[in-house]
Ligand binder design. Sequence first.
Ligand SMILES: [Zn+2]
Ligand SMILES: [Zn+2]
Length: 300
Amino acid sequence: MLKVYRILLEPNLQILQSVNVFLIEGEEPILIDSGYQESVGQLSIKLDEIGFKLRDISMIINTHEHLDHFGGNAVIKETSRAKVAAHELAIPLMEDMRKQLPSEKHLKGLPDVIVEYARMRSSIYENLKTAKVDVKLKEGDFIKVGDLFLEVLHTPGHAPGHICLYERENRILFAGDMITEKGTPFVDCLHGNIGNFIKSLERLHTLEIDRAFLSHGGEITEVRERIGEILQRELVIEQKLLEILKNGEKEFSELVEEVYGGKGFPYFTYNSVLAHLLKLRDENLLKVEKKAGKFVISLL
Ligand SMILES: [Zn+2]
Ligand SMILES: [Zn+2]
């Protein structure tokens, strides 16, 4: 059986979310994700409390290329012999974070709330120390942990290089950001892909999972039900969009207003609607046009 410790890291900056990293006990302790760069001190203290030292970490496996999951890599590598492993698509985006940021050209013409958020994110990314990734992972790889194996499942959508780690014998999943305890995981319309996210979740839905360790939240046991709820919520948004558009073209912010009824933090609601619109556009179900400086969406 895997002995897993959940370590909650709470950053000082209010705009940043708390995140869990997981330590797997063994002769060669493994860390799943490394948290924020600024949280490494906190991680070191919390490891001491459970009888481990940061310098003893032999490997960090990053679930994906977001700064709450791999930000600590460089600092941990300086104080330990840890090797870093990540999915092959995540590696270039982790070694040079500028590659994750949309270009000004890409942002041109997008709704203001999306552009403001993207610029704010760029400013956070600029100060991050990055580290070389040592081990390139891909779908179907196995990582030996004592007598057991963690299977690499490539689950793109939340991020292109997102992986989940599955221990088949004891039906344990390290879910990264694919599953949250409440609500739905955030899928950034600029960097993520909601269509891929849904496909990846559908795949996880078919697996036998007794325990899932979540990066945001805790540990859950009713895993299939939770995945089903997330899928259902995404489906409802998509159906609402299509239903509204049946009555004729709509301007983007009107569409957000109708889908969310004025509730929710604007960046999240705008992002969610835009992510779904991009998916439906890729499926040739609708078109997005710019009329008098505004986005107008209509069914095809
Ligand atoms: Zn993430
Ligand atoms: Zn996250």
